[in-house]
Design a binder for this molecule. Structure first.
Ligand code: NAG
Ligand code: NAG
Ligand code: NAG
Length: 242
């Protein structure tokens, strides 16, 4: 084969391989496949900070952002959110899963958003295959894992003095015995160090048991919003709900 032809053949192989990979990727996405669930909890004061919006009386406890399948979204557009199905959960929903920033016209629009984007995918699993089960199970996990008490018990409280990211990582790893994922807001004009914003605990797909957020033998991906090692601010609520 002449060099040019060889080069062409090699290039062809490479393109074919890429095409196949791309195709497999797309097929996976089309089938809305996912491997683990992520219970995402956020720190209200930081959420308020992030959107630069005045949140009235943000709670002084971690609240639920959502229960997210790791790699699919919007799995069933025709499965509409129905507040009636979760009537009995409303007192707890309002307390532990509030729409902190009033981003939406009303509180149930936040739940509507979470259901359509994440719940319709989570519903592949029997334990989560209705709105009542999806929201109910999430609240149950929030209670069971009890992040607020865990942090308090370990003496980690909002403070004007900075913590180290390792303080959070070590504490959570010690109690839950899995690797969590912690997200921070980067330093800003107002705050010279990063601010803790979100704690993710990963769960197995079928039975929602704690698992590492990393895959075995894999380093956590270095994403911008994941906290850098070093000091971190855990902001006390400016206007605490007594
Ligand atoms: C989407 O949701 C609707 C309403 O619950 C249901 O009837 C339908 O089977 C679902 N479609 C898929 C592909 O799961
Ligand atoms: C809240 O918003 C939803 C749409 O997301 C709407 O269907 C519902 O009627 C609204 N409820 C109130 C009390 O305004
Ligand atoms: C979770 O990660 C830790 C630390 O890398 C490792 O020792 C442990 O075996 C992992 N657990 C599972 C279930 O993979």
């Amino acid at each position: 084969m002449r060099p040019a032809a060889l080069r062409g053949a090699l290039l062809g192989c490479l393109c074919l391989a890429l095409l196949c990979l791309g195709g497999a990727d797309r097929r996976l996405r089309d089938r809305h496949e996912w491997k683990k669930l992520i219970l995402v909890q956020h720190w209200p004061e930081t959420v308020c900070e992030e959107v630069q919006k005045d949140c009235r009386d943000p709670p002084n406890y971690w609240t639920i952002h959502g229960l997210w399948p790791d790699s699919s979204e919007n799995c069933n557009g025709s499965w509409k959110f129905n507040l009636k199905e979760i009537q009995d959960l409303l007192p707890e929903m309002k307390e532990y899963w509030p729409d902190l920033i009033h981003l939406f016209p009303n509180r149930s629009s936040f739940w509507n958003h979470e259901w359509r984007k994440h719940g319709t995918c989570a519903a592949q699993v029997d334990a989560l295959n209705s709105q009542r089960k999806y929201f109910g199970r999430t609240l149950e996990l929030y209670r069971e894992l009890d992040l607020n008490s865990v942090l308090l018990k370990l003496g980690i409280k909002p403070s004007v003095n900075y913590y180290q990211v390792a303080d959070f990582k070590d504490a959570l790893a010690r109690v839950y015995r899995v690797i969590p994922k912690i997200h921070c807001l980067p330093p800003s004009q107002d705050e010279e160090v990063q601010t803790i914003g979100q704690i993710e605990l990963c769960l197995t797909k079928q039975d929602q048991k704690l698992r590492n957020c990393t895959e075995p033998g894999q380093e956590p991906p270095h994403k911008k919003e994941v906290c850098e090692d070093g000091p971190v601010f855990y902001p006390p609520p400016k206007k605490a709900k007594h």
